[in-house]
Design a protein around this ligand. Sequence first.
Ligand SMILES: [Zn+2]
Length: 271
Amino acid sequence: MRKIFMALCCVMLLSSLAIAEPLKDRAFFPPVLMYHDIKTEAQNNFDVLVEDFCAQLDWLKEQGYETLSINDFMRYLSQDSFPEKSVLITFDDGYSGIYNYAMPELKKRGMKATFFITSSMIGVLTTTYPHVTAEELKLMAADELFSIGSHTVSHLHLDELSPEERDYELTESKSAIEELIGKKVVAFAYPYGNYDEEIIKAVKDSGYEVAFAVQDKGFCNMSAHFSIPRINMAMDLSDNDLKLFKEYVQNYKNMPEEAFAERWQPISEDE
Ligand SMILES: [Zn+2]
């Protein structure tokens, strides 16, 4: 009787978890590449040189990887299975290099990508890292290869804001980008990869359907849709004929957590 009762409890517990949302670890997901800027000369470790970016795209193509749009990604997520060789290419912050270099190289190869935009920085050209203009962003959004997501209004640490400030960052960026591009924004990327359960709830309540983290900081698994890990794309991935890049993509499911944590360094606040 006791055994039956225990078994019954297990079944009830499992079904309640399934209803809440099945948890996933990194091994469930395809590699999600997190780029920042693509440049002809690197100024920071998070820059990727145009020639290295092209070599990475060519290698993915040669190896038979399918690039996913954000809608493809969400469809496979809901089907609970991704194609064996698929990859999601993402860019954070909305720097000019995504329009000048990434977009043409992706288009040339018919490859898809998603761009997470910090809405208050659209058209800001005055820093060492100029950003895309509204017109450029509209052109990108009109191309069926590309999806646009939100990366908040002002790139602050969401866990340091009041609930009102946080909600403004989430909803205002979404509506500003939607108004500009004339399309629904369903994907979000956490600035600095900062999130917790409360932030996840706020992101959901703001109308997003998926949210992307930074690296695999060990607290993936909070939500299959709202804590998706990514690989930090930086200069060192291209050394020795893309040695690390190939390793992360090919061996994504089996890479130890430390391999992700070690490589992640927050980007300086003034960029
Ligand atoms: Zn960012």
